[in-house]
Design a protein. Structure first.
Length: 237
């Protein structure tokens, strides 16, 4: 697990964008399968990426999927796809056919099955699991990641690629990429910023498998943590 720490949120976002662009530049002849998380943290990165790094990004070689989705339609302000569409798809020249959204408006159980099949068809398989090139994760203050919340640890070892889940804080239904395909990714990158995340960062970096985010960070093969100083505030450096 490799930490990258920057003074501010915007410097962290810029560093991650350049890190991702460099990965794409290093392998100029292939498609990258990228799974995005939602929530509020990636918004700044999406905005900067589409507006300030548009020209240097080979959008046509990037297939976008989602790590998780709230079971709401795209126009709902909670929609993870809706956020990325607003900040990136409406701004950067991303081919429509490269974007594979979770349909939050569908019945959750059926959508988890539909999207699992879609990902299993489009994303190359390794170890009999889809192998995303990059899975971009956030972490909640309660230690959840994807939409795998504390108490839902069974999703970390599920045999299904996506499962229905829910947010225990408000009952909101979710669709979640489960633990095995997350950990099977070439790279798992956490983007965690803000003072409110200092405790969960400390837990990820200093505890055992005490929450889903820590479990993933400890068991995935190639994990990078992009953080700003406030989020890394409890790490002795
Ligand atoms: C979601 C996300 C989730 C997110 C964390 C952090 O749908 O909510 O995918 O896993 O990464 O909850 O959310 P914030 O960035 O809003 O703190």
């Amino acid at each position: 697990m490799k930490p990258y720490i920057y003074p501010s949120t915007i410097e962290t976002a810029r560093a991650l964008i350049l890190h991702l662009v460099e990965m794409l530049e290093n392998e100029p002849d292939r498609i990258f399968h990228i799974a995005l998380s939602g929530g509020s943290t990636p918004a700044l990165m999406f905005d900067l990426w589409a507006n300030e790094y548009k020209e240097i990004t080979p959008w046509e070689r990037m297939y976008f999927y989602w790590v998780d989705e709230r079971c709401v339609p795209p126009k709902n302000s909670d929609s993870n796809y809706g956020l990325m569409r607003l900040l990136m798809l409406n701004v950067a020249p991303i081919p429509y056919e490269n974007v594979f959204r979770i349909m939050g408006e569908n019945e959750p159980e059926q959508e988890a099955i539909r999207y699992s099949r879609l990902v299993e068809e489009h994303v190359p398989q390794v170890n009999n699991w889809p192998c995303f090139d990059i899975v971009l994760l956030g972490a909640g203050t309660d230690g959840h990641t994807s939409s795998i919340f504390p108490g839902q640890e069974y999703l970390l070892t599920s045999q299904k690629t996506y499962e229905r889940s829910y947010n225990p804080h408000n009952g909101q239904k979710r669709i979640a990429l489960t633990g095995q395909p997350i950990m099977n990714a070439e790279r798992v990158i956490f983007l965690i910023t803000g003072k409110s995340k200092a405790d969960v960062v400390y837990e990820i970096c200093s505890s055992g498998d005490t929450c889903p985010a820590a479990y993933i960070a400890h068991h995935a093969e190639n994990v990078e943590l992009f953080m700003d100083d406030p989020a890394a505030g409890r790490l002795g450096r």
